[in-house]
Design a protein around this ligand. Structure first.
Ligand code: URA
Ligand code: SF4
Length: 213
C-alpha cells in the first residue's frame, strides 16, 4: 500500500540551525508533496542580521528555475517599491511561507496555484527557523496567503494593510498586498494606484526601521 504523503517539514530540520545549515537541509525537504513537481527548494535569502523580513507566498516560475526568491516579475515590483522608499534589498531578508513552486501545467506554461492551508502548515517549520535565526524587528507580510497563514484565516489585508498588527512574530508586524497584485491590475491607472499604495505601505516600514535604529 502507498504510504500517506507526510505534511510536516520538521523531520528535515538540521541539528545546527544556522541559515546555511537550514538552507542545505531545506534543499532535501520532502515534508509535503510539493517537492515532487518543482525544480528545487527556494529558501529565503538575506543576512542573519537583517532588521526586516519580507514574507511572500511561494516561489513563482522564475524563482523555481533560479532557486532564489523574488527574482521574477513580482520581484521586480518589490525591488521598485523598496528602491522608492530607500530600503536596500541586500539589507532585508526575503522569503516565502511555502518553499516549493506549486503550479498547474497548461501546455508549455506553468500556472501558479495558491498553496493550501495544509501545505503552508507543512512548510511552516522552515519559516519558524528563519524567524528564530534572523529575529527581524519588522516583519512584512506580502499578500493574503502569507498574512492569513501567519495571522489566521480571518485576517483581511484590505482592511489592515499598512498598520501595525498585534502579534508575537516580531516587534512590528505589517501586512500589505502581494506585489503580483500590481501586475494583475486591469489597466494602467489601476496599476499606478496599486504601485503607489504598495510603496506607501513600504514607506511606513522604512520609517519604522529608521525610528528603531
Ligand atoms: N511571489 C512570491 O510570493 N514569492 C516569490 O519569491 C516570488 C513571487
Ligand atoms: Fe518541504 Fe515546504 Fe517544499 Fe513542502 S513546500 S516539500 S514542506 S520545503
Amino acid at each position: 500500500m502507498l504510504e500517506p504523503e507526510p505534511n510536516d517539514a520538521t523531520p528535515f530540520l538540521p541539528e545546527r540551525r544556522s541559515l546555511d545549515a537550514l538552507r542545505k537541509a531545506a534543499a532535501e525537504c520532502k515534508g509535503c508533496h510539493l517537492w515532487r513537481n518543482a525544480t528545487q527548494t527556494v529558501f529565503g535569502e538575506g543576512l542573519k542580521r537583517s532588521r526586516a523580513m519580507f514574507v511572500g507566498e511561494q516561489p513563482g516560475d522564475r524563482e523555481d528555475r533560479a532557486g532564489r526568491p523574488f527574482v521574477g516579475p513580482a520581484g521586480r515590483e518589490l525591488d521598485r517599491a523598496l528602491e522608492k522608499v530607500g530600503i536596500d534589498r541586500d539589507e532585508v531578508y526575503l522569503t516565502n511561507v511555502v518553499k516549493h513552486f506549486k503550479f498547474e501545467e497548461r501546455g508549455k506554461r506553468r500556472l501558479h496555484k495558491t498553496p493550501k492551508r495544509f501545505e503552508i502548515q507543512a512548510c511552516r517549520p522552515w519559516l519558524d527557523e528563519e524567524l528564530r535565526v534572523v529575529k527581524p524587528e519588522v516583519l512584512v507580510l506580502l499578500g493574503a496567503t502569507a498574512a492569513k497563514g501567519l495571522l489566521g484565516a480571518g485576517f483581511r489585508v484590505s482592511r489592515e494593510r499598512g498598520q501595525p498588527i498585534e502579534s508575537d512574530l516580531a516587534p512590528l508586524v505589517v501586512a500589505t498586498i502581494h506585489p503580483s497584485a500590481i501586475l494583475r491590475a486591469p489597466d494602467d491607472e489601476a496599476r499606478y494606484a496599486e504601485r503607489e499604495a504598495f510603496a506607501r505601505d513600504l514607506a511606513i516600514v522604512a520609517e519604522e526601521l529608521v525610528a528603531r535604529a
